[in-house]
Design a protein around this ligand. Sequence first.
Ligand code: A3P
Length: 286
Amino acid sequence: MSFDHFEYKGVRFGVTVHTEESLNYAENEFEVLDDDVFNVTYPKSGTNWMIEILNLIKYEGDTTVNQCVPIYERSPWYETLGFRELQQKLTQPRIISSHLPQQLFAKSFFKSKAKIIYTMRNPKDVIVSLFHFTKILYIYKDAENFEEFLNDFINGNALYGSWFEHIKGWMQMKDDSRFFYITYEELLKDPRGSVVRLCKFLGKKLDDAQIDSVVKHSSFSSMKENKMSNWTQMPSEVLDHTKGSFLRKGISGDWKNHFTVAQNEYFDKVYQEKMKDLNMSFFWEK
Ligand code: A3P
């Protein structure tokens, strides 16, 4: 997986996306407010889907903001360059996105009452989604060889480091009352039930019609049609819209169209080995 990167405390970050200074700000200087809600993921796990859902919950199903503010400004990534400018426009309760691994997260969070929603996705589908994303996002050199790409992913040679370490790091918080975790696959299988659980965690009381609106407007088809949610407002130097869409397929199991039988067996073996200490199974696992 080829992109211009540098290492910060052992994790790969993107030149032009992050700097040591922006990462240091995120970890050591950013002041978390007690009503902040963090949307944390490993890339390509459903981050934008969760941004849409959380903003719709915040406005009780009203779509005004989701129809006029680009998704990456509604809940910007606080470790990236440019965040401080966007931060000025956020209204409380702020919904803030991040792909940071747990060990680099804002120190002030751990002393606050703020909340984290952590969304995970079957890593095989994360790999496939990321593989296609490299064709459109400017920082990547288009990945041509899937096998090489897979090995880079397994070895943590990826933006934001190892998927396995990300999950294991964040799962240390699984019993913390400020932490809520969910999988992309649960969201797909039961969007309404997932929204109800999220509302409960956030202490938001929405009526049935408001919940219906959240579910409807955060669906794949609604987001794909909404120009403020489908990333088409992003200039073509950043995202090459001629080569693919940000909202690509929005399904689970697309890995079956990309992995060979041998690659799948190999990945399963690596997964078992790397995740054995965690002693947890997730909804995507059969
Ligand atoms: P695919 O490439 O598999 O289609 P992230 O936001 O973390 O970058 O994740 C992007 C992935 O989430 C893409 O997956 C995208 O299509 C999918 N996605 C975004 N919104 C979605 C929605 N409302 N429903 C289902 N999948 C969604």
